[in-house]
Design a protein around this ligand. Structure first.
Ligand SMILES: [Zn+2]
Length: 341
């Protein structure tokens, strides 16, 4: 099959004119997905919204396909990654998801994987899988909330404390995609994080998608609390706004922000996350009816929009080459190396 990562003129121009000089030679992608569409057990999955993102090219997101995506979108870069399964909505085959990623990640001794968890997994079950598969931590997801409410659930609704205790015990990473409409600005989320960081100080929390702050307001509102917490890291995956990334870098402790692609499939899809009021949404050429006759209406990869925002943020903050290398590689490398299992 031909490469699904077709590089068009628009992509080539953006890469060459804006990004090639910005993205360092060595990259550690802190947020990537390895999965098979087969692990989504929903019998109606092929008519749902997710199918449009995955079919036909991304039915099997293997380690090799991620390599292919990186080779196409960031030519010449050496890329390692922290990967985890795709959290399909229930019913999802957790067992097969974790087995597949454990097997795939062995292809690169410098990459690492996290285990997809749901709240009903017992401590014994998790310890067993950690030992068998050498996962460096957990990928919980709000879809698996014990309350059945994926929008308003609290952290411990989808990641119960017996699982956080394991992460503390083994000094593991937790990749946290926060829930609730105000995400990191939600007072209950902040209170929960403060309490969990105090009770389980060995956990390395990665707050995904700039702590799910696609714009500035959420991270700015949370800044004073976040600065106090010593065990938080962040990834920039799929955030396409310069001010959000700049606000995050200003908020986070030094060397806590990491590049992440959210591939596969988000970063390689053509479109962009946009924000408005207190909301955010994914804009693609398939889901809008804007009249774009006045300009070039083509869209590039989400990943390029994110990299553009990262570059502008780095420019705004006057970041030098060493800091950019930390953002793209060193911080994630050191975090992964620090995991105690
Ligand atoms: Zn993701």
């Amino acid at each position: 099959m031909a490469s699904p990562f077709e590089i068009r003129d628009i992509d080539r121009r953006i890469w060459e004119q804006e990004l090639d000089s910005f993205v360092p030679e060595k990259v550690f992608d802190a947020h990537s997905h390895i999965y098979k569409w087969d692990f989504n057990l929903d019998p109606h999955k092929n008519t749902g919204g997710m199918a449009k993102l995955v079919l036909p090219h991304y039915e099997q997101a293997s380690f090799a396909l991620l390599d292919e995506a990186d080779a196409a979108l960031m030519p010449g870069r050496e890329v390692h990654r922290l990967a985890f399964p795709f959290p399909f909505s229930l019913p999802c085959n957790f067992d097969a998801s974790n087995k597949y990623i454990a097997e795939q990640i062995r292809q690169d001794s410098e990459s690492a994987a996290l285990m997809l968890v749901h709240p009903e997994m017992s401590s014994d079950e998790i310890y067993k899988q950690l030992d068998q598969s050498h996962f460096l931590g957990f990928k919980p997801y709000r879809f698996y909330s014990a309350t059945g409410d994926a929008v308003n659930c609290s952290i411990t609704d989808f990641l119960p404390e017996h699982q956080i205790e394991i992460a503390h015990d083994r000094e593991l990473i937790i990749m946290m995609h926060l829930s609730k409409t105000d995400a990191i600005a939600d007072p209950d989320n902040l209170k929960d994080l403060q309490g969990l960081c105090r009770r389980y100080p060995n956990v390395r929390w990665i707050l995904a998608h700039c702590a799910r702050s696609y714009s500035t307001w959420a991270i700015e509102r949370a800044a004073s609390v976040l600065r106090e917490l010593p065990n938080l890291w962040y990834d920039t995956s799929s955030v396409c706004e310069t001010d959000a990334i700049a606000a995050l870098i200003k908020t986070a402790r030094p060397n806590r922000v990491m590049y992440g692609s959210d591939d596969i499939p988000i970063g390689v899809l053509r479109g962009k996350y946009i924000t408005f009021g207190y909301g955010w949404a994914y804009l693609s050429s398939e889901n809008h009816t804007l009249n774009l006759a006045h300009c070039n209406p083509e869209m590039t990869f989400t990943r390029y929009e994110q990299l553009r925002a990262m570059k502008r943020a780095a420019d705004l903050l006057g970041m030098g080459e060493p800091e950019i290398q930390d953002l793209f590689y060193n911080t994630a490398r050191e975090l992964v190396n620090s995991v105690g299992c």
